[in-house]
Design a protein around this ligand. Structure first.
Ligand code: XMP
Length: 335
């Protein structure tokens, strides 16, 4: 539309005017906000933009490949894929406490990121600009945090941690006056695929906080496979609701859904054999802002398909349970 085009043109002009001939670095998470900033900067400055994707090994099945595909094939930017899976696995090996997982993952992110920034320094001249997907509600939230507002200490969100001493960039934050739905509309207009534009919220620490207890390769594999089935079935369910109601935000559609792997095993039977294996917890909620959430009253037939598929298709799982707790008193994530 005319307004959308002019919003994009204005943003592109502003980025060009700010950056001139300098290099811009951006951390791609796979989420909506950083992807839209990347797409905007790609349009504005092309290969002057380096997109850094730190692969911590904790994204969902196929997500790293999807991010790489979009930002190498569709957009003409400098793309760096950092394979940090082994380093994160080693750092997390014995860690159980959720906030400690968050701290480790958050601080390692910046270490990995700064290492790339250092490599990009030209003739001793450091990278000048950092582009970030800060959106308007982030600013309000962090303001609330500084003034001692509530909702700050239940779980820490690592994407707003300030830089360590001695490190500084000039910030490019082209989304800082937009709301989430406007950012999604921008993403679509810029040609980003639906699986990015309509991606549901996903925590920065990724699957590490959906594996209760220590994170191992075996548990990650189980969780990725079970979660892929949950997403496939509930994506399809949401499409059916959308087709019937014509409303993407219908009350019947599910807002966020995923699998959780707890740190217990239970007895089951398969053929004539006793099994002793993990359960998978299905979490599916309705919400508008994540501050409160209701567990989704999914049709039994949908639950049945998800359960049968997980126990039949995912080795190491012999039981599926459904979390029927709302927020409060529970939180959406288990950690
Ligand atoms: P809770 O579990 O607090 O989650 O009800 C509320 C929303 O925030 C997401 N979440 C996170 N996002 N870093 C993030 O970027 C985190 O550490 C984190 N913890 C929870 C969660 O998925 C839900 O949408």
């Amino acid at each position: 539309s005319w307004t959308m085009d002019s919003i994009i043109d204005d943003a592109v002009e502003a980025i060009r005017a700010q950056v001139g001939g300098d290099r811009v670095i951006l951390g791609l998470s796979g989420g909506v906000d950083s992807s839209v900033v990347a797409a905007l900067c790609a349009k504005a400055i092309g290969k002057q933009l380096t997109c850094v994707f730190i692969n911590h090994g904790l994204l969902r099945k196929n997500e790293p490949e999807e991010v790489e595909e979009v930002f190498t094939k569709q957009f003409d930017v400098d793309f760096v894929h950092v394979h940090a899976e082994d380093r994160y696995a080693a750092l997390l090996a014995d860690v159980v406490e959720p906030e400690q997982k968050r701290r480790i993952i958050g601080s390692q992110f910046w270490k990995e990121f700064f290492a790339v920034a250092e490599d990009l320094a030209e003739g001793g001249r450091p990278v000048k600009y950092l582009a970030q997907g800060t959106i308007y509600p982030d600013i309000i939230e962090s303001g609330a945090r500084k003034t001692g507002g509530k909702a700050s200490t239940i779980k820490s969100h690592h994407n707003l941690i300030p830089f360590p001493d001695g490190v500084s960039f000039d910030l490019i934050e082209p989304l800082d006056h937009f709301f989430k739905d406007e950012v999604r509309a921008l993403g679509t207009a810029l040609g980003l695929p639906d699986h990015i534009v309509h991606r549901q919220p996903f925590p920065g620490p990724g699957l590490a906080i959906r594996i209760i207890g220590t994170v191992t390769r075996e548990k990650l594999e189980i969780l990725k496979n079970a979660d892929a089935i949950v997403r496939e079935e509930l994506d399809a369910y949401n499409v059916r609701v959308f087709e019937e109601t014509g409303d993407r935000n219908s009350e019947r559609s599910v807002w966020q859904y995923f699998a959780v792997l707890p740190d217990v095993k239970s007895v089951g039977v398969m053929g004539d054999e006793r099994t002793y294996a993990y359960p998978i917890i299905l979490r599916a909620v309705e919400s508008s802002d994540a501050m409160t959430a209701d567990w989704a009253k999914l049709p039994h037939v949908v639950l049945d398909v998800i359960s049968s598929r997980i126990v039949n298709e995912v080795a190491g799982v012999n039981r599926v349970v459904y979390d029927i707790t709302s927020k409060p008193p529970a939180t959406i994530e288990w950690e």
